[in-house]
Design a protein around this ligand. Structure first.
Ligand SMILES: C[S@@+](CC[C@H](N)C(=O)[O-])C[C@H]1O[C@@H](n2cnc3c(N)ncnc32)[C@H](O)[C@@H]1O
Length: 495
């Protein structure tokens, strides 16, 4: 590798390009060497990487450029350098890609939430498909599988049914906002983390990914929380009270759940807030308080109290009704989930005679949506309350052919003697545990439908399965417009 060779720097060249000076070190052989932090380069972006950054190459080294897309020509500044790649940000956009659009959100470019608001939606879908193809190729060494065009999200704004806002005493101020002399934790903010700054939060007035009433509820909660005597929680000192507020929306009934996450129990403080919210917003049908003393920034509490209304929110997918607790997983784009589950059902190709395993079954949504077309469905899920939701959801929908096993799939799967014809797997972002992949291969059902929200872990797991299974096709389903995330459904058939 050329980087291992020590070149003598003989020339420092200053290029005057587009009124910005570029400083480049050149060896005797004319090879540009030793890229350094703060170096400037004029580049054209050739592709996007999973993670949403634009890719260019400087001197054969891949450089990932924040907020850049193919077709951009920009002056970039190196901000991080590793052995085999570097990261950069745009100092000056020289030519804009024709795929750029004007982002409607004032926090675009600062908020870590949706990094692709400035990209035409059709192009976002193309980039996402490309990420799936590249992950399969580079991680899974799989090149011969058709990856279809992603199914677009029915809504591209206001599509999220769940948003979590962080409470902070350290506001991350946008450029142009006045700064406070000290950062002493007395500058409250209620919103999202700025990328890479774990203790500072951008104060968000409105998030375009949630329906508008959610933003009004957000404003009311902000006013009450910032006026309260109780302090915001600090992830540095681990002191403070208010940690997160999660809003959940039911599309079918236009109802809202407010889940207030605090570091300790203090009914005197949270109950008046809950009562005021229920009085002000008839759409709020549930106010929950999750209490967590854990240091990790996770909203699921050690225990929860229902402060007002129902302990669950009620929604419908594919004609079935679901009760969802504050801490149970539910797909965050309800309309998108319907499309996803229809794809799963089509790929499962059920005749009514099959035994189906639903691994990582959450609140039983996939199991219940498949129940009419199968002889029986057996779900496996680690979160206790999600399994209780799943069982209750079966009763609610008059379904008697689904059963659910509580606990870690790694343990539960080896305890069961039933052999399934079809397996649905829908693991979290990290994919399946290696042991679980091996257990699935040992059980070896005729068909597997793998649902994944992460192309990289999908590719890794498919590589382990590809000797035993034909990977027939992959259908990406876009559940997350304006982010680089993509859901994929893979259809596998036993060899
Ligand atoms: C991506 S969600 C899918 C849920 C469900 N299929 C749906 O569509 O709503 C993944 C689920 O796996 C569960 N889970 C994570 N690790 C697990 C494990 N080791 N064993 C069993 N379930 C697990 C999570 O609690 C979560 O409900």
């Amino acid at each position: 590798m050329w980087m291992a060779i020590s070149f003598r720097v003989v020339v420092d060249i200053y290029h005057a390009t587009s009124s910005i000076l570029i400083f480049t070190r050149v060896s005797e052989t004319g090879i540009v060497i030793s890229m350094k932090i703060n170096d400037l380069y004029e580049v054209t972006i050739s592709a996007t990487a999973f993670g949403g950054k634009g890719i260019t190459h400087v001197d054969g080294m891949a450089v990932f450029v924040d907020q850049a897309i193919p077709g951009d020509t920009a002056m970039i500044k190196i901000v991080r350098k590793k052995k085999s790649y570097a990261e950069a940000r745009i100092e000056k956009l020289i030519y804009s890609s024709p795929d750029r659009i004007s982002p409607p959100c004032p926090y675009s470019g600062y908020c870590g939430g949706c990094k692709w608001q400035f990209v035409d939606y059709g192009c976002q879908l193309q980039y996402k498909r490309q990420h799936v193809i590249e992950a399969l190729e580079h991680i899974g060494h799989i090149t011969d599988v058709p990856v279809h065009s992603p199914i677009a999200s029915e809504l591209v704004w206001g599509y999220r049914n769940k948003i979590e806002f962080t409470c902070s005493g350290s506001r991350w101020r946008l450029p142009g906002e006045p700064r406070l002399p000290n950062d002493d934790g007395s500058d409250p903010a209620f919103g999202f983390h700025a990328p890479g700054v774990f203790h500072k939060v951008i104060d968000i007035n409105a998030c375009l990914l949630q329906p508008d009433i959610g933003n009004r509820i957000l404003q009311t909660i902000r006013q009450q929380i910032t006026r309260s005597d109780m302090p915001m929680y600090s992830p540095i000192t681990h002191l403070g009270f208010w940690r997160f507020v999660m809003l959940r929306h039911s599309v079918a009934h236009d109802q809202w759940m407010v889940n207030i996450i605090t570091a300790s129990e203090n009914r005197k403080t949270v109950q008046p807030l809950a009562d005021m919210l229920r009085e002000s917003y008839p759409e709020i049908t549930s106010v929950i308080n999750n209490i967590t003393s854990r240091k990790a920034a996770i909203s699921a509490g050690e225990y929860e109290i229902c402060l007002s209304g129902d302990p669950e929110i009620h929604d419908s997918i594919c004609g079935f009704d679901f009760d969802i607790s504050a801490n149970a997983f539910f797909q965050t784009n309800t309309r998108g989930a319907q499309t996803l589950y229809r794809t799963v059902k089509a790929y499962a190709g059920l005749t009514g005679r099959e035994t189906v395993f639903d691994l990582y079954s959450g609140a039983g949504t996939i199991a219940i949506c498949l129940s009419e077309a199968a002889r029986q469905v057996v779900g496996f899920e680690i979160v206790d309350v999600a399994v209780s939701n799943a069982e209750k959801n079966c009763v609610k929908n008059g379904i008697s052919n689904c059963t659910f096993y509580r606990g870690d799939i790694k343990e539960r799967l080896s305890e069961i003697s039933i052999i399934p014809d079809v397996m649905i797997v829908d693991p979290p972002r990290d994919g399946m545990h290696k042991t679980v992949v091996q257990q699935v291969l040992n059980i070896r059902p005729e068909k597997i439908v793998y649902v994944s929200c992460n192309p990289a872990s999908l590719a890794r797991d498919l590589e382990m399965m590809k000797d035993a299974y034909h990977i027939l096709e992959i259908q990406p389903v876009d559940m997350f417009p304006h982010t680089f995330h993509i859901e994929s459904v893979a259809r596998l058939q036993k060899k």
